[in-house]
Write a protein that binds this ligand. Structure first.
Ligand code: SAH
Ligand code: SF4
Ligand code: F3S
Length: 475
């Protein structure tokens, strides 16, 4: 489905639209040669922002005449990569070997790589040396030039590499192909200025840039007109939205404007950095009828000493005070988090501090990660890297507490009837639908697939750890 039906003409947008036309010619020639519509497959390795970028790539591919499929046997395969932890990189290398064997069987097959991993010079060197079969490589800053790069790929036999170090350009209004017809991510800002000492994102995504509120509102209105009821506002630190706009605006003010959009039912956002979460935001969330009862508030560590080494700019006590203020003001909110175990210098007593925060905040869910050394970040140069066994021991200890508390929190909803947005037919049993509550909890219940995309009340009958079995209720 294509959502952008009205292109407003910045010069760059128009150039790219012209390239889409040109690429369409090449795709049509390919179709004549192979006697069928060429297929393409976009695979995402990263976060929600990468997933949104993939929808933009898919939108352009669809416009050029490719048929989107989810099989890597396709005539054109593009990997949108992530480099936040080393295992993301390893997965890409592992799967590239398989792509090469598919390419040997299909002489028309083209392979492209883009995304965060491509912003690292060492990665490009490795691909140039050991993965010569890749046709096109580009990075995060010039993704809006995809149509132009695709055209170049058709015109050349050589590997095309186009990586930019940074950009201040935000190109609006190119086609997008959404994964779901009823919900969508929306970028409200790009990049990050926080430089947490373990994190590669600021190096691969560049400096923080906010989109103009008018562009964001216009995009949301177009999505709503196209059937979207739930949006997820995306940014590495949405709480600092608007600081660098010509007319500065706070994230809370932006939310107030978005709330006014008729037809929009649910608003989500991620991620919130605790250091920038304002009282104004808590107030807006409390008063809102549309903002979902869910806040993702990454802790990273509960030890003030480690938080300081991580450059997170809050203490354990400040975080706890913030979490309890949020719980006091919005009692039905679900709080989720990200935690890293094994940051350089971390000792078992630091993990104890983290466990203490988990017990006090009572997270509804927590994503726990083993620290991954990212070349070029300040933490990678720290000498006191933690031995693997010690990391594993701390990780397992933390995980047990995280799972126990999350189970208890989720169980609190038992017996209530709450609204769920129906997202899909259950994969395991097609009599069941899968819905998402405002607080992000998943519920499975029997129902008709025509309910997909609708918000329906569901009785939460049985808690099964992290999800519910429920029953649809007549309004
Ligand atoms: N902007 C978001 C995080 C984006 S990265 C924020 O500040 O919260 C998503 C998560 O990956 C982070 O919250 C962190 O927990 C984890 N992460 C980032 N770098 C990591 C590293 N080097 N090793 C392990 N986990 C990491
Ligand atoms: Fe990385 Fe920190 Fe920026 Fe999040 S806020 S993307 S963890 S540097
Ligand atoms: Fe990964 Fe890039 Fe997102 S490094 S987490 S895909 S911003």
């Amino acid at each position: 489905m294509q959502i952008t039906d009205k292109f407003t003409g910045t010069e760059e947008t128009n150039r790219q639209l012209a390239y889409i036309e040109k690429a369409r010619g090449y795709v049509s020639q390919l179709a004549d040669r192979i006697g069928r519509k060429p297929t393409c497959c976009v695979t995402t390795f990263g976060c929600q922002m990468n997933a949104r970028d993939s929808e933009k790539l898919a939108g352009i591919l669809e416009q050029t005449g490719y048929e989107l499929i989810s099989d890597e046997d396709a005539d054109f395969v593009i990997y949108n990569t992530c480099t936040v932890r080393d295992n993301a990189n390893q997965r890409v290398y592992g799967r590239l070997g398989h792509l090469n064997s598919l390419k040997k069987k299909n002489p028309h097959k083209k392979i492209a790589l883009c995304g965060c991993m491509m912003q690292e010079p060492s990665v490009i060197e490795k691909i140039k040396k050991s993965y010569r079969f890749v046709d096109l490589i580009f990075g995060t800053h010039n993704i809006y030039k995809f149509a132009e790069l695709l055209t170049a790929m058709f015109e050349s036999e050589d590997m095309i590499i186009d990586i930019w170090e940074d950009t201040d350009e935000i190109v609006e209004d190119l086609p997008v192909e959404r994964k779901y017809h009823f919900k969508s991510g929306i970028n409200i800002m790009f990049g990050c200025n926080n430089f947490c000492s373990y994190c590669i994102v600021p190096y691969v995504r560049g400096r923080e840039r906010s989109r103009n509120p008018e562009d964001i509102i216009r995009e949301i209105k177009a999505l709503v007109a196209d059937g979207v009821v739930e949006i997820m506002l995306l940014g590495q630190n949405v709480n600092s939205y608007g600081k660098n706009l010509a007319q500065p605006m706070t994230f809370a003010q932006l939310l107030r404007e978005i709330e006014k959009i008729d037809g929009l039912e649910r608003i989500r956002f991620m991620t919130s950095h605790p250091k920038d979460l304002s009282d104004e935001l808590i107030q807006v969330m409390k008063e809102s009828k549309k903002i979902c009862r869910h806040l993702h508030l990454p802790l990273q560590s509960g030890s003030t000493r480690i938080l300081s080494a991580m450059n997170r700019r809050y203490t354990k006590e400040q975080y706890l005070a913030l979490a309890s203020k949020i719980r006091r003001e919005i009692p039905d909110i679900a709080i989720t988090t990200d935690i890293i175990v094994g940051f350089p210098g971390e000792e078992p007593c630091d993990v104890d501090e983290t466990i203490d925060v988990v017990k006090k905040v009572q997270y509804d869910n927590a994503f726990t990660f083993i620290y991954s050394k990212r070349t070029g970040t300040p933490a990678a140069a720290m000498e006191n890297q933690v031995p693997e066994e010690l990391v594993k021991e701390g990780f397992d200890r933390l995980l047990k507490v995280v799972q126990d508390t999350a189970r208890d929190r989720v169980a609190l909803l038992q017996g209530q009837t709450l609204d769920a947005l129906v997202e899909e037919v259950n994969e395991q049993d097609n009599r069941f639908l899968t819905g998402r509550l405002s607080n992000n909890t998943i519920v499975h219940f029997e129902g008709d697939p025509t309910l997909i995309g609708k918000i329906v009340p569901v009785y939460l009958k049985e808690c099964h750890g992290f999800y519910y079995l429920g029953e649809a209720v007549k309004r």
